[in-house]
Design a protein around this ligand. Structure first.
Ligand code: PMP
Length: 427
């Protein structure tokens, strides 16, 4: 055990999850690569769980942060904050939500917490509809609505949560249905659920489940849900913490794959926008955002340094069409991984969209999830200089690939070759 790991264990919580038997200390990065404390270089296919959106040490972001830090790092959001207004204007415009207002936080958890506060206040109801297998963060209210109970340590909650079918369709009675039949079955389930409850405040859902293993429902599911919700005045909150900013290639936001009945009432964002600086936030229709009748600020949400990073990062993303890059390189990578896995009985499915790709592992010849194989592939890939993630329901048997959006074709090829070797090691 390294000295740092021993010190970590002595002072930090047991439940602070760490990857790898011998946990990694990363000291610096550049582009799509990072280096550990021993100087070993890794191709980064997880981008710090999607926080490095464009590239490590992107010069424009470093420059914007250091220039802003040289002037002032932070005073108070009780004063006007030019970089915050500028980023809010850009996100409001990009969100697709009419008459949008933006509130900045410092994390995705706090963004979802704020969305729940708004929805429950606006609707005067503490009932929330959420998806099975979902993940929304680690505050008291966010763990309460999180459907993936492996990440939800308490049954106590300020909210009453009802779980809806639809986020996952890879197993169970819904697995064999066509897209249209699946949507119809999930809508029937939602309507049935609504027959048993008073007046829920909102449905919150990740357009593609992140921690849940990169599982996507058929396009249009949330549009069909939205019609049912709208008839009853129930709000729809899209948790875009993983799916936002062009990650899925085809769309800038995940909700756009379900946009037939219009944008959501609220969307929450975090992770990639700051390229590693802690920015989260909520975008909501003005009527919903302004339903609170007492003051609120976030002391650090919207701080000038993080906003400078966000503005520079967003400019780079848009000017270099990294959404298009995610579509092209991600599409190629998915095809390559599908070709590789065709001969591997332990790979059940390669799925995903853009640069959000999941590899689901099973015990060969069965349909049983294989978390040990996922852990083994993670270790083997690390040995060969590739960082990936894992996730998926209660058993973490899905490998997760979500590199910085500037990934090149050559890097995608290199990572796929390492993954192939690592996957072949599964007994
Ligand atoms: N929502 C989703 C969909 C997430 O994936 C996460 C983080 N994994 C969160 C919310 C919470 O974000 P944070 O860790 O920044 O609080």
């Amino acid at each position: 055990m390294s000295d740092l790991y021993a010190r970590h264990k002595a002072v930090l919580p047991d439940w602070l999850a760490l990857y790898y038997a011998d946990p990694l200390e990363i000291t610096h990065g550049e582009g799509r690569h990072v280096w550990d404390a021993d100087g070993k270089k890794y191709l980064d296919f997880f981008g710090g769980i999607l926080t490095t959106m464009t590239a490590h040490a992107l010069p424009e972001v470093t420059k914007a942060v250091s220039e802003q830090a040289g002037r002032i790092i932070h005073t108070s959001t009780l004063y006007l904050d030019r970089p915050m207004v500028e980023l809010a204007e850009r996100i409001a415009q990009l969100s697709g939500i009419p008459d949008a207002r933006v509130f900045f936080t410092t994390s995705g958890t706090e963004a979802n917490d704020t969305a729940l506060l708004l929805a429950t206040t606006y609707r005067q109801s503490n009932q929330i509809l959420a998806m099975r297998n979902s993940y929304h963060g680690r505050s008291f209210s966010a763990v309460g609505i999180t459907g993936n109970k492996g990440w939800s340590p308490t049954s106590l909650s300020p909210l009453q949560t009802l779980y809806v079918h639809g986020g996952v369709r890879t197993r169970g009675p819904y697995a064999e249905l066509s897209d249209a039949e699946f949507i119809a079955a999930c809508v029937a389930d939602l309507k049935d659920l609504l027959g048993h409850v008073r007046a829920p405040a909102a449905l919150i859902a990740e357009p593609i489940q992140g921690v849940g293993g990169f599982t996507a429902p058929p396009d249009g599911l949330y549009a069909a849900f939205r019609e049912v919700l709208q008839e009853r005045g129930i709000l729809w909150i899209a948790d875009e913490v993983q799916t936002g900013w062009g990650r899925t290639g085809d769309h800038f936001w995940g909700w756009q794959a379900h946009g037939q009945s219009g944008p959501p009432d609220m969307l929450t964002f975090a992770k990639g926008i700051g390229n590693g600086m802690s920015i989260g936030g909520v975008v909501a229709r003005a009527e919903v955002m302004n339903c609170l009748d007492s003051n609120s600020i976030s002391t650090f949400g919207g701080s000038p340094v993080t906003m400078a990073a966000g503005n520079a990062n967003l400019t780079h993303l848009l000017e270099h069409d990294l959404q298009g890059n995610a579509r092209r390189v991600g599409g190629m990578l998915i095809e390559r991984l599908r070709a590789i896995s065709a001969q591997l009985p332990g790979v059940r499915e390669i799925r995903g969209r853009g640069l959000m790709i999941g590899i689901e592992l099973v015990k060969p010849g069965t349909d049983e999830a294989d978390p040990d194989a996922a852990a083994a592939v993670l270790e083997a890939a690390r040995e060969e200089g590739l960082l990936i993630g894992k996730g998926g329901g209660h058993n973490t048997s899905v490998l997760r690939i979500a590199p910085p959006l500037s990934l090149t074709v050559a890097e995608a090829e290199e990572g796929a070759t390492i993954l192939e070797r690592a996957l072949r090691l599964i007994p």
